[in-house]
Design a protein around this ligand. Structure first.
Ligand SMILES: *Cc1c(COP(=O)(O)O)cnc(C)c1O
Length: 349
C-alpha cells in the first residue's frame, strides 16, 4: 500500500497562514545590470559588507546543487545545522501538543530544541549494537508525532545506521524523517540525498562544520522536497546566512580537492588511533566508526578523562549517556596532535 503523504497536514496552522516578511532583496532581484540600489537603507559607501546579503544564497546553492545533484529548490541554508533544525521544529511542531522521536545516545541538540519549542521528546534507545529499534520506534508513534530524528553516522557512537532499518522507518512513519548527516563525508555509506525524489517525507541535513573544516562560519544545509523547503523558507529570518559566510563557504565548496585531501588524512589518522587504542590495557572496547571520532569504552572514564586533562588533552566523556557507561569520545586531530595523544595514552597506567 502506498502511503499518503501531505506536508500540509503536518504544518502548523500559524505557519500555513503566515505571509512572510518581504525584504528589499526579495522585491527586487538584480539581473546584473548597473542599478542604483536605494531600496534598503544601507550605507552606500563600499566596504565589502555594506549591502545586505542574498537572502536565498543563490551563488552558493548553485554550486551545491551541481555537486549534490539536487535542485536549488530542494535546499535551505542556515546559520549552522542548529538553526536549520530549529526551523524544522518551528514549522511542523505545535508547542504543548506535538511530539518528536529521538534515539539516544545521540546528538544533544534535538532534545534541547524540543525543550525550547515545548515539544515532547519521545526517546527510544538504540539497540546494544547502536542501531534503531524499528519496532519500538513505530510503537512510540501517535497522530501527533511529527518528526523522527536519525543521526547517521551517529554522534557519539560513530556508526552509520543500517540502510535497511532507515528505509523501513522512512517507509512506515508518516511524519518527517530527518537524517542528520553531519559526518557523512567520513563514511563509506552513501548519503540519503539519493532518496529525496522517492521519499517526500525525507529530510537530510548536512553541515560545513565537520569535514569541510568551517565550524567557525556557521553553515548548515537542509535538503528536502520542494514543498517542505518552501515552508521552511517562509519562516526563516530573511538574512540568516551572512555575507562573509556565503563568501567563505563558496570558496571552500569549490575546492573539493582540498576538502577530500583533509578527509583522507583524517581517516588515516583515525585508523592509526584505533590501532593504538587496541593496544591500551585500559581500553575495553572500540566501537566501529564512520565519523571523524572514535568512541571507546575504558576501565574508568572519569579517571582517564582527568588524567588526559592533566596532560592538557581534552576529550569528551560520554559516560552519562545511555548505553555509554565509561566511554570517551576522541576527535581525530592532525597527524602531530594524534601522535601526541597516542604518546600520552601510552603513559597512562
Ligand atoms: C557537529 C554536529 C552538527 C553540526 O552542527 P552545526 O550547527 O552545523 O555546527 C550537527 N549534527 C550533529 C550530529 C553533529 O555532531
Amino acid at each position: 500500500m502506498d502511503k499518503i503523504f501531505n506536508i500540509e497536514t503536518l504544518t502548523r496552522e500559524s505557519v500555513k497562514k503566515l505571509s512572510p516578511y518581504s525584504s528589499a532583496r526579495d522585491e527586487y532581484v538584480s539581473d546584473g545590470s548597473e542599478m542604483l540600489f536605494l531600496d534598503a537603507n544601507e550605507n552606500p559607501f563600499e566596504n565589502g559588507v555594506n549591502r545586505y546579503p542574498d537572502p536565498y544564497q543563490r551563488s552558493l546553492k548553485s554550486v551545491l546543487a551541481e555537486q549534490k545533484r539536487v535542485s536549488e529548490a530542494n535546499m535551505l541554508l542556515g546559520n549552522g545545522s542548529d538553526e536549520v533544525l530549529d526551523l524544522i521544529f518551528r514549522a511542523f511542531c505545535e508547542p504543548n501538543q506535538d511530539n518528536i522521536i529521538t534515539l539516544p545516545p545521540t546528538y544533544g541538540m534535538y532534545k534541547v530544541l524540543s525543550g525550547i519549542n515545548a515539544v515532547e521528546n519521545r526517546e527510544v534507545l538504540l539497540t546494544s549494537d547502536f542501531e534503531p529499534n524499528v519496532s519500538e520506534i513505530l510503537k512510540a508513534v501517535d497522530k501527533n508525532t511529527k518528526l523522527l530524528f536519525l543521526c547517521s553516522p551517529n554522534n557519539p557512537t560513530g556508526n552509520a545506521f543500517s540502510r535497511g532499518k532507515v528505509q523501513e522507518l522512512i517507509e512506515n512513519f508518516n511524519g518527517l524523517v530527518v537524517i542528520d548527516e553531519a559526518y557523512i563525508d567520513f563514511s563509506e555509506q552513501e548519503s540519503w540525498l539519493s532518496g529525496l525524489k522517492k521519499y517526500p517525507n525525507l529530510m537530510v541535513t548536512q553541515t560545513l562544520s565537520k569535514a569541510y573544516g568551517m565550524a567557525g562560519i556557521r553553515l548548515g544545509i537542509c535538503y528536502a522536497s520542494e514543498d517542505t523547503i518552501s515552508i521552511l523558507n517562509k519562516i526563516k529570518p530573511p538574512y540568516n546566512v551572512n555575507q562573509l559566510t556565503q563568501q567563505q563557504a563558496l570558496k571552500r565548496v569549490k575546492n573539493q580537492e582540498a576538502v577530500e585531501k583533509e578527509v583522507t588524512q583524517i581517516l588515516q589518522e583515525r585508523d592509526a588511533l584505533i590501532e593504538a587504542l587496541k593496544s591500551m590495557k585500559f581500553v575495553q572496547e572500540i566501537y566501529p566508526t564512520d565519523a571523524n571520532f572514535v568512541l571507546a569504552k575504558v576501565d574508568d572514564a572519569n579517571k582517564r578523562y582527568n588524567e588526559l586533562l592533566e596532560r592538557h588533552v581534552v576529550v569528551r566523556n560520554r559516560s552519562t549517556q545511555p548505553l555509554c557507561a565509561n566511554t570517551l569520545r576522541f576527535t581525530v586531530g592532525t597527524p602531530v596532535e594524534n601522535k601526541k595523544l597516542i604518546a600520552i595514552l601510552k603513559q597512562l597506567g
